[in-house]
Ligand binder design. Structure first.
Ligand code: GLV
Length: 339
């Protein structure tokens, strides 16, 4: 935590601390419970429920919104009730839950925590890739089942070593995936809006694919690590799935809406592609009767890319630093530049 942060938190009484709106202090939609004490050293935390019960008094006290796991939502109506708001500080890398144009129109700054999430999310991407390739979940289910025949030959998987990995989205998460994949001796191709510097490509042995179609045709594994924007929504549809190899595995650690889920279900059911491993879907969680839940060639995790104790703590600390800097008129770490 910054010196600035410690100074402000220690020097003021609770009631004088800047008001920060959070969704809740506990429960599934709250902030991490063990972060509340740290946050309270710096801020007067106001929950959404308290705010809604007493908007007139609490609204003007709120100088920052602290978004954790996408909550609270920041609507135009909310912005109108927060006349002193300076910053919306959002945990995570993705910004698809925020209307950045709206924030800009209210003169509100935005910050996120891209650095804290990149390594754990890349780790999870590799975990999903390996698990799907080697059918780890099916293997676990077999190993704990009542069957005594434990070494069936029909649990063969895809070899990772030497296979071609296509990374879509070569930001900090995509690049960290490439670094990890290199240790598995994978051939790496990538597609990105902007080509990376030559030395960065060489450091991980990645080859730039200007055409997404080429990447899809060449890859044994396709990893989606791209942000969700109007341009990337539905990036993988029936046509793109058709271009993939029948042995290919799709891993999505970006956002569910990058993929046309109906087309994916059909591709998995008909053997157009081999398997999928998804940390993200739409909606989240999926309805309990969703066909993705029935398929053996699918591994699902509940959007846990950044869910390590270390990353979550770093995210919280980064948000505190950004909020304190904005309230002091200092340059804001991890500020998202609004157009
Ligand atoms: O989903 C997680 C993130 O946006 O970092």
């Amino acid at each position: 935590m910054t010196d600035l942060g410690l100074h402000m938190g220690q020097a003021m009484g609770d009631q004088d601390l800047p008001g920060v709106l959070v969704s809740d202090l506990e429960g599934p939609h709250g902030i991490c419970e063990d972060h509340a004490e740290d946050l309270k050293r710096h801020f007067n935390l106001i929950t959404m429920q308290d705010f809604l019960e007493n908007k007139a008094q609490l609204g003007p006290q709120i100088q920052a919104v602290y978004i954790w796991c996408g909550r609270p939502a920041v609507s135009q109506e909310l912005l109108h009730s927060l006349p002193s708001l300076k910053i919306v500080a959002s945990a995570g890398a993705g910004l698809d839950h925020l209307d950045l144009g709206l924030m800009a129109s209210f003169g509100v700054k935005v910050a996120n925590t891209p650095h804290a999430v990149s390594s754990p999310t890349a780790d999870l991407g590799m975990a999903l890739l390996l698990a799907a390739a080697r059918r780890v979940v099916e293997g676990h289910q077999l190993a704990v089942s009542p069957h005594t025949e434990n070494f069936p030959t029909d649990y063969m998987g895809q070899q990772v070593t030497g296979a071609t990995l296509g990374i879509i989205g070569m930001g900090s998460i995509g690049y960290k995936i490439a670094q990890r994949a290199r240790a598995f001796e994978m051939k790496i191709v990538y597609h990105n809006r902007k080509r990376r510097k030559l030395e960065e490509e060489e450091a991980v042995g990645a080859i730039y694919c200007e055409r997404l179609d080429d990447l899809l045709q060449w890859s044994d594994f396709v990893m989606l690590a791209v942000s969700l924007t109007p341009q990337t929504q539905g990036l993988i549809r029936k046509r793109e799935l058709r271009l993939m190899k029948p042995t290919a595995i799709l891993v999505n650690i970006g956002r569910g809406l990058l993929v046309d889920q109906e087309a994916l279900v059909e591709a998995l059911q008909t053997g157009l592609i081999k398997a999928a491993a998804l940390d993200v879907t739409y909606p989240e969680p999926l309805p309990r009767d969703h066909p993705l839940l029935e398929l053996k060639n699918v591994i699902l995790t509940p959007h846990i890319g950044s869910a390590t104790h270390q990353a979550r703590r770093q995210m919280m600390e980064n948000l505190v630093e950004s909020i304190l800097a904005s309230l002091s008129g200092l340059p804001i770490p991890n500020e998202v530049l609004l157009k």
